[in-house]
Design a protein around this ligand. Structure first.
Ligand SMILES: C[S@@+](CC[C@H](N)C(=O)[O-])C[C@H]1O[C@@H](n2cnc3c(N)ncnc32)[C@H](O)[C@@H]1O
Length: 306
């Protein structure tokens, strides 16, 4: 199995200004690629709290990071609950925060997790196994209109309504339980002459389902506001997104937090919470994309706590 390569690593490390004695949070730990380097750069006393929804990937990260001993603290949880997670370990403010949104290469390669349309597996896609909503449940139970809306909203799939119609008529005959089955249904729903040659026709449908199963966009705005609250003055947050839906939320939330709240009442006016350090997002170099194709759509935005 290939190991996930941390994206925009050099930029993240530069912006976080990792140094000894500081405490960082990696809200999307994955296999620990970014965390490992943050710990190297903040040697010998820097610490990282690593959070991930997925227990299985935390086990892999724990193995990779065990050489750092107590400098790393791993939590199975949702970065959207950051205030509660930090309160439980009695940390009130941190020196830097990283979010590298989405899923890891580990998830696509791990057949039984059901993220990939290239590997036939149960239609699952849950990052957190405690989540009762699998991709199969969505595909088999949601109404045609709602399915079309999910595919359109989270996949920007222009054939959303047609795909939803074909899914609903198929499931009258038999339940859709496997990734391979769904991939074939999607291909059959898109007329041959309109099928993209560059990307698999099921790519957008699978992305949309994954976002819906894991509620990836819901609560992202509030999470960014909460992260701004737990940063020490001068501390920075780095957010890497992989599609325009995520990036739009990050851009707008940063903009909102960087504006002073106006009020007629002098005592209610408040100053900006963050300063935006990347008016335009940082994107990977051609060299990085050549080396790591998955990085091609990454965008990094950075803000500093005022
Ligand atoms: C792109 S990967 C991170 C890769 C990591 N930076 C590295 O270099 O190895 C994103 C990770 O975030 C996790 N994740 C997604 N949504 C999450 C959430 N709401 N809370 C915590 N972890 C989440 C996924 O399980 C996945 O492991």
């Amino acid at each position: 199995m290939l190991v996930h390569k941390p994206v925009l690593l050099k930029d993240v490390l530069e912006y976080l200004r990792c140094s000894e004695g500081k405490v960082y949070v990696d809200g999307t730990l994955g296999e620990g690629g970014h965390t490992e380097q943050i710990l190297e750069k903040s040697y010998p006393t820097g610490k990282v709290v690593g959070i991930d929804l997925d227990n299985q990937i935390i086990e892999r990260a724990a193995e990779r990071l065990k050489k750092f001993g107590t400098r790393v603290y791993l939590v199975q949880g949702n970065y959207k609950n950051i205030k509660q997670i930090l309160a439980e370990i009695e940390i009130s403010k941190v020196d830097g925060f990283l979010l590298d949104l989405g899923v890891s290469l580990f998830h696509f390669q791990n057949q039984e997790r059901g993220f990939s349309f290239q590997l036939d597996a149960p239609l699952d896609m849950r990052l957190d196994k405690k989540n009762p909503v699998t991709a199969a449940r969505i595909i088999n139970r949601r109404g045609e209109k709602e399915l079309a809306q999910i595919l359109w909203q989270y996949g920007e799939e222009s054939w959303s309504r047609r795909i939803a119609r074909v899914i609903c008529s198929y499931r009258q005959k038999s339940r859709i339980l496997r990734t391979g089955q769904l991939a074939e249904i999607v291909v059959s729903a898109i007329p041959a002459k309109f099928r993209s040659k560059k990307i698999h026709p099921a790519t957008k449908t699978f992305q949309a389902l994954r976002i819906e199963v894991n509620q990836e966009l819901k609560g992202l705005k509030q999470a960014l506001e909460d992260i701004a609250d737990v940063l020490k003055p001068g501390a920075r947050m780095c957010v890497i997104s992989f599609h325009s839906l995520e990036d739009r939320i990050v851009k707008r939330t940063f903009r909102k937090l960087s504006h002073a709240k106006e009020s007629d009442d002098f005592y209610c006016s408040s100053s900006p919470r963050i300063k935006i350090l990347t008016p335009k997002p940082i994107v990977p170099t051609e060299e990085e994309i050549r080396d790591n194709f998955r990085a091609r759509s990454a965008k990094l935005r950075v803000a500093e706590r005022c």
